[in-house]
Design a protein around this ligand. Structure first.
Ligand code: SF4
Length: 430
């Protein structure tokens, strides 16, 4: 269990350089490379964490060549350039930094939070012409859906995708929907509940949010998944939940849905790989998707933490597999984790099962506690990690010159129904 105070980025670089005193290991040596090595490579070069070999989805926007000056500039040069560009742009730009973003980027953010908090934070600065989203592609899409007409949303590196989001694409979901309609029909039951309601996790493409908007469905976050499932059960006999099986399973199980009523839908198999009887008995149909980062956490890690630190509080994210959530003291969204640590009495020891950049930042912000990541191996979300200060300097300096690069723009035919699904989620509060 490491309790380093260094930033994750610094640790990765020290380990790669074999620096004296550098301890620990990373899940892939590729993390130490400048992320621009991925920009122009043909597949395979896409995907977070352990999934660096994932093929690039066909219509994924590709990052072009980053000008050489941003690849070779020192840390101090990039810092000076980013600060100068930000000062020149003033209120015309707002920079959003996701909790999982590296500290070397987060330090420039006007707002730090989870994806939905950040999209909402952008709404508080309508004067900003440009929203620079230091996160991943689906987050920038959501920000664009919620942003004002005159605002441009910029993703500094277009190779910053999310492999979980990519595990459910619109064609596969449409195909699943057609098969389910054939099996269930489309008529409501005696209580007026339709056969199935689609629910998509925020971590999905805008296309899928639009699909939910068009088909009576809704979006959820890891904070409000139970509220959203209740909303869906009031309107539907069952739910098709995508793309994260673990969030769906953990949430539905906590609500009392038996595991045998949660069949998996594998889009590569007929009827998702389940039988008709299993699907007819289903309450929640779980898409075969997962987060490569949260999948790494294990019950064995929790047992080791409990042995090393008696009394340790284990908190994990609900994207972790069910046995891990069951073995933890509590599970919740990043916001839940941040608030739990902030509210704890000094001297509390926490073992956290979520992305390492957030855990390390919390360890540094709360020195009165002992806080460490359950996973000893340093394995950040490697697509989030592709937002390097060099890309941030580039997009900001282009804005200073009056040019918008790497704009994420969701077309109206997708954005309008996606907004419907997001608005249903907001109305289903808490
Ligand atoms: S941590 Fe997981 S879900 Fe979040 S952006 Fe990375 S791969 Fe996607």
């Amino acid at each position: 269990m490491t309790t380093s105070t260094l930033s994750v980025d610094t640790e990765i670089q020290l380990i790669a350089a074999g620096a004296p005193g550098a301890t620990g290991s990373t899940c892939t040596p590729g993390l130490a490379d400048g992320p621009w090595v991925f920009d122009l490579q043909p597949a395979p070069s896409y995907g977070p964490g352990a999934s660096l070999a994932d093929p690039i989805p066909a219509d994924t926007p590709r990052q072009g060549v980053l000008p050489e000056v941003y690849k070779t500039a020192s840390k101090d040069e990039l810092d000076a350039r980013i600060r100068a560009a930000k000062a020149t742009l003033g209120d015309r730009v707002v920079i959003l930094g996701h909790f999982y973003q590296r500290d070397e980027v987060v330090q420039y953010a006007d707002f730090v939070g989870d994806s939905f908090q950040l999209a909402n934070a952008a709404l508080t600065v309508p004067q900003a012409e440009a929203i620079v989203f230091c996160g991943v592609h689906f987050m920038a899409e959501t920000a664009d859906i919620l942003a004002g007409e005159s605002q441009s949303v910029i993703l500094p590196n277009l190779a910053a995708g999310c492999s979980m989001a990519d595990m459910a694409d619109i064609d596969s979901v449409e195909e699943a929907w057609a098969q389910l309609a054939e099996l269930y029909g489309t008529e409501p039951d005696a209580d007026g509940r339709v056969p199935v309601i689609p629910v998509t996790y925020m971590n999905s493409s805008a296309d899928l949010k639009g699909f939910c908007g068009r088909n009576g469905g809704i979006v959820c976050t890891s904070s409000n998944a139970a509220t959203v499932l209740e909303w869906a059960f009031e309107r539907g006999q069952r739910v098709l939940f995508f793309p994260d099986q673990h969030l769906g399973r953990n949430t539905a199980k906590a609500m009392g849905v038996p595991l045998e009523q949660m069949p998996m839908w594998n889009p590569r198999k007929e009827l998702g790989g389940s039988t008709e009887a299993e699907l007819l008995n289903a309450r929640v149909i779980l898409w075969h998707g997962f987060c490569s980062v949260h999948k790494r956490f294990s019950v064995a890690q929790i047992e080791r933490a409990r042995a090393a630190y008696p009394g340790v509080q284990v908190i994990v994210h609900p994207e972790c597999p069910m046995p891990v959530v069951d073995a933890a003291d509590s599970a919740g969204s990043t916001d839940f984790i941040v608030k739990a640590i902030a509210a704890a009495p000094a001297g509390t020891t926490f073992a956290i099962g979520t992305e390492i950049n957030l855990v390390q930042r919390l360890a540094n912000e709360y020195p009165q506690h002992t806080i460490f990541c359950l996973d000893d191996v340093i394995c950040p979300c490697s697509t989030m990690y592709r937002i390097h200060p060099g890309y941030l300097a580039w997009v900001l300096e282009e804005l200073v010159e009056g040019r918008v690069v790497n704009q994420i723009s969701v077309s109206a035919d997708v954005a309008v129904p996606a907004r419907v699904a997001l608005d249903r989620m907001l109305a289903a509060r808490p």
